[in-house]
Ligand binder design. Structure first.
Ligand code: PDD
Length: 276
């Protein structure tokens, strides 16, 4: 398997990372996960733009143009003969003697690799259970930062309760999932948290909002409270890898009739239609 290291393709066993890489020591870097369907990068432009935006927000300069970056992603997928899968790519501020402030001089380090992943069709059909967990992350969740400890702790707690995902809330207000965006549907209106600093502006989320416009589903970008969430007719999560997965139970309370809702299914179908 080929790995992207800066602007070179190397074999995995040739990859070396410094003990003082700031990604490793501080989580000082950002990343993207891009889906591959039928050998093609899906919504590549949006992911690449967000990669550059996240980097800019933490003052890391990506060492090549977006066109070159796109070509590197494309070549990586092709070299590894990925049909259905994903690219993971990250950039860190590079390595330097450990100190919190930015290094006087360091070269950013990019690592990208691919993985084969199938679509989670069974979860998409049957739905999953979820758990409310207090959102203890920082106030720049709009940045796709490598600092994922808050997300990791939340997902683990959900996992230990036999749940697939954590529904994060700041006090009573639902923000997003530990690695997904969250939506409720009540009387044909879709509710989701606005794309502020408190959530990641998901690429799948943007597609879903476009599909709602096409399908005539009204959208309210206002946060739901936990109580409101439990009263929704339907609830689902979205991400690059999850696509659209129904939440049929939160904290042991059934959502709707406890099965995939009609509008959720409609959105899944419309989402799928765009993949062909
Ligand atoms: N996670 N919110 C958070 C906190 C996320 O980590 C993600 C994605 C999303 C959904 O964004 P998108 O639709 O652009 O994938 C929302 C990726 C898949 C991950 O970390 O694996």
């Amino acid at each position: 398997e080929w790995i992207l290291h800066n602007d070179e393709f190397i074999q995995e066993d040739k990859l070396t990372i410094s003990k003082e890489d700031r990604g490793y020591q501080f989580g000082d870097g950002i990343y993207e996960v891009i889906r591959v369907y039928g050998g093609d990068l899906y919504t590549a432009k949006e992911h690449i733009d967000r990669f550059y935006d996240s980097a800019e927000k933490v003052k890391i300069v990506v060492p090549y143009t977006k066109d070159v970056f796109h070509k590197l992603m494309y070549d990586l997928v092709e070299k590894n003969e990925i049909n259905n899968g994903q690219v993971y790519v990250q950039i860190t501020r590079g390595s330097y003697v450990r100190q919190h402030q930015f290094p006087a001089d360091s070269t950013p380090v990019v690592v990208g690799y691919t993985k084969t992943v199938e679509r989670p069709l069974e979860l998409m059909r049957n739905g999953v259970r979820a758990k409310f967990i207090e959102d203890m992350r920082w106030l720049r969740c709009d940045i796709k930062s490598l600092n994922l400890l808050g997300n990791v702790m939340a997902k683990q707690e959900a996992h230990e309760s036999g749940c697939f995902e954590a529904v994060l809330h700041r006090s009573e207000m639902i923000t997003e999932g530990s690695s997904s965006n969250m939506y409720g549907i009540k009387e044909n209106v879709l509710y989701t948290h606005p794309a502020t600093n408190l959530i990641l502006d998901g690429i799948t989320r943007r597609t879903i909002l476009e599909l709602c416009a096409e399908l005539g589903i009204n959208v309210q970008q206002t946060p739901m409270t936990k109580d409101q969430a439990l009263q929704m007719d339907e609830f689902f999560m979205s991400s690059t890898t999850a696509e659209i997965i129904p939440l049929i139970d939160i904290d042991g309370s059934k959502i709707g009739d406890g099965t995939r809702g009609a509008l959720t299914e409609k959105l899944q179908k419309a989402f799928e239609a765009r993949l062909n």
